[in-house]
Ligand binder design. Structure first.
Ligand code: FMN
Length: 212
């Protein structure tokens, strides 16, 4: 089974990127799992506009390959990102805006009048770094990317297996947090392999609108 791990911080080797590396080491402990890591920064993606809303444009070869991979080839998607201004870096936000055509079926509506998600085969996990201490992130969880990303990918029809936040600005050298990422990566890969359903939290708090 193939899992794609996307590192979305412009700062390579720093916090979220290192969390992802440990998570990948954990995933690679599980046989039957193939992991590919990419840096989103390496993929040229034009800004969303109406004209490119249904397909990649000329000159977006890597983006075209990436969306085809997400739509057809992979079972797992791991996104690692820092928190930037209560949100994510602009390139990740733009990537999410641009994958709308593979993520949503705009010809169908659910009972809330919303488009129907198409990423049913994806089991997702999110690793998030931030400058806010963990205790404060727990209270203000709705103002952080882990909350938004989970809700968003449920809307896109994907399964959400969980998210992990680190508020240590020196996470890249924090062995305790990186060990946790390793363990979480291994657990996630086992769940992808076994076809387990999404996490308890997601079932309770993030129930997406279902089809009629
Ligand atoms: C432009 C910018 C905006 C930021 N905004 C937030 C924020 O809203 N909340 C937060 O907790 N941390 C914020 N931070 C801190 C980063 O999320 C934090 O340093 C993180 O560990 C960086 O991760 P990275 O090393 O993976 O890039 C911000 C940092 C930058 C550079």
């Amino acid at each position: 089974m193939k899992i794609l791990a996307i590192s979305c911080s412009p700062s390579r080797g720093r916090n979220s990127d290192t969390m992802l590396d440990s998570f990948i080491l954990g995933m690679r402990e599980v046989s039957g799992i193939e992991v590919e890591k990419i840096y989103l920064e390496d993929v040229h993606i034009n800004s969303y506009r109406f004209e490119n809303s249904k397909d990649p444009e000329e000159g977006e070869k890597d983006f075209k390959k990436l969306v085809s991979k997400i739509a057809n080839d992979i079972s797992g998607l791991v996104i690692a990102t820092p928190t930037y201004n209560f949100s994510v870096p602009a390139h990740l936000k733009n990537f999410i805006d641009r994958i709308r055509f593979i993520a949503l079926d705009l010809t169908q509506r659910n009972k809330f009048g919303q488009p129907v998600g198409k990423l049913h085969n994806l089991k997702t996990y999110f690793l998030v770094s931030g400058g806010t201490p963990n205790w404060a992130e727990h209270i203000l969880f709705f103002a952080f990317p882990a909350f938004w990303l989970r809700a968003l990918f449920l809307y896109f029809g994907a399964k959400v297996m969980g998210a992990f936040y680190s508020g240590d600005i020196r996470t890249f050298e924090n062995k305790k947090i990186l060990d946790k990422c390793f363990k979480k990566g291994k657990k996630y890969a086992i769940r992808v392999l076994k076809g387990n359903s999404q996490g308890m939290l997601e079932n309770i708090f993030f129930r997406p609108p279902t089809r009629d």
